[in-house]
Write a protein that binds this ligand. Structure first.
Ligand SMILES: Nc1ncnc2c1ncn2[C@@H]1O[C@H](COP(=O)(O)OP(=O)(O)OP(=O)(O)O)[C@@H](O)[C@H]1O
Length: 294
């Protein structure tokens, strides 16, 4: 299966910085899977998300979309990419333009992709609002008329109105209160289940990670250069509301060092017999990489 998104030996550095924020990153996201990026603050999770979204350019390595290097100047590919990969940000207060009606906000991707039909974007906007549990007349209202959870639903409606294949989410529920958080997690889980949406999510909240993601990439600052490298582990698919003991379960930490991971989930009956994921994908020292790199 060709990964829908892939980072191959990628490094990134912000302008003016003396060192890479992330380096030696290999990460492949298969269609339909859900991957969480977790790690300490400043490890580079948002930076990886920005690379996957084409908002930042790698200083080394390649970002691939459907197996092809992402070329920002390749209009046709970028159009396909923009339609296929959408995102939801952390703060539903700053991510919605307060001067525009909800209908106009949700229709924005349709306009920018030229997907609003002759009948206008209204039918698609109504359907997107309905999917996230908001009434169609919400389209006439303004963001300030909605509280945080409903604002995040609006942001999710905007991200899903053009029926993307991949949703990238940066701390999508961390700005919400606990009760609202559960509802938005349920909504994301339903989108994943019913639409086969691929999800890549940054989160500090392990209960949210456990509820939504099958794989976890742990970013650790490592080595004297203070670079961050991702370590990916597989976890059994949890229920949407994991029991409390699961919420406290530690994430697997794999051997520090440079390696890449493209774990394929074994069939359920094989899972018990198979060696742990890290035993198959990492090696002592600098670890292993696909294609024979080491
Ligand atoms: N626009 C920027 N310019 C310069 N440095 C930046 C910029 N954005 C992030 N950084 C730096 O890059 C490093 C990684 O930041 P990033 O936001 O990717 O980490 P993170 O793991 O998402 O952190 P957090 O969990 O706190 O959001 C940090 O040291 C941060 O200060």
């Amino acid at each position: 299966m060709t990964p829908v998104l892939e980072l191959a030996d990628v490094a990134a550095r912000y302008r003016g910085a003396r060192a890479d924020v992330v380096s030696d990153v290999f990460l492949a996201v298969d269609p339909g899977e859900s991957l969480a990026l977790v790690g300490e603050s400043g490890a580079g999770k948002t930076t990886l998300l920005r690379l996957l979204l084409g908002l930042a350019r790698p200083t080394a390595g390649t970002v691939r979309f459907d197996g092809e290097p992402l070329a920002l100047r390749h209009g046709q590919q970028m159009r396909r990419f923009r339609r296929s990969v959408q995102c939801v940000f952390q703060d539903p207060y700053s991510s919605l333009d307060p001067r525009r009606r909800i209908g106009s906000i949700v229709a924005e991707p349709l306009r920018s992709l030229g997907l609003d039909t002759r009948a206008g974007a209204a039918p698609k906007v109504s359907a997107a609002l309905e999917t996230v549990g908001l009434p169609a007349d919400a389209a006439e209202r303004y963001p300030h008329e909605f509280a945080g959870g409903r604002r995040q639903r609006i942001a999710i409606a905007r991200a899903t109105v053009c029926e993307p294949r991949v949703l990238l989410a940066d701390e999508p529920v961390s700005a919400l209160d606990v009760t609202t958080r559960v509802k938005v997690v349920d909504l994301l889980a339903a989108l994943k289940r019913e639409r086969g949406l691929t999800l890549v999510m940054v989160s500090h909240d392990l209960s949210v990670v456990a509820a939504l993601c099958e794989r976890t990439a742990v970013l650790e600052r490592g080595g004297s250069s203070n670079r961050a490298t991702p370590h990916v582990s597989s976890a059994p698919r949890p229920s949407v509301h994991p029991p409390p003991d699961r919420q406290r379960a530690p994430l697997a930490r794999l051997t520090p060092g440079r390696f890449s991971v493209r774990p394929r989930r074994p069939a359920r009956q094989e899972a018990a017999a198979a060696p742990p994921e890290h035993a198959r994908t990492s090696a002592p020292g600098r670890g292993t990489t696909p294609g024979g790199r080491s």
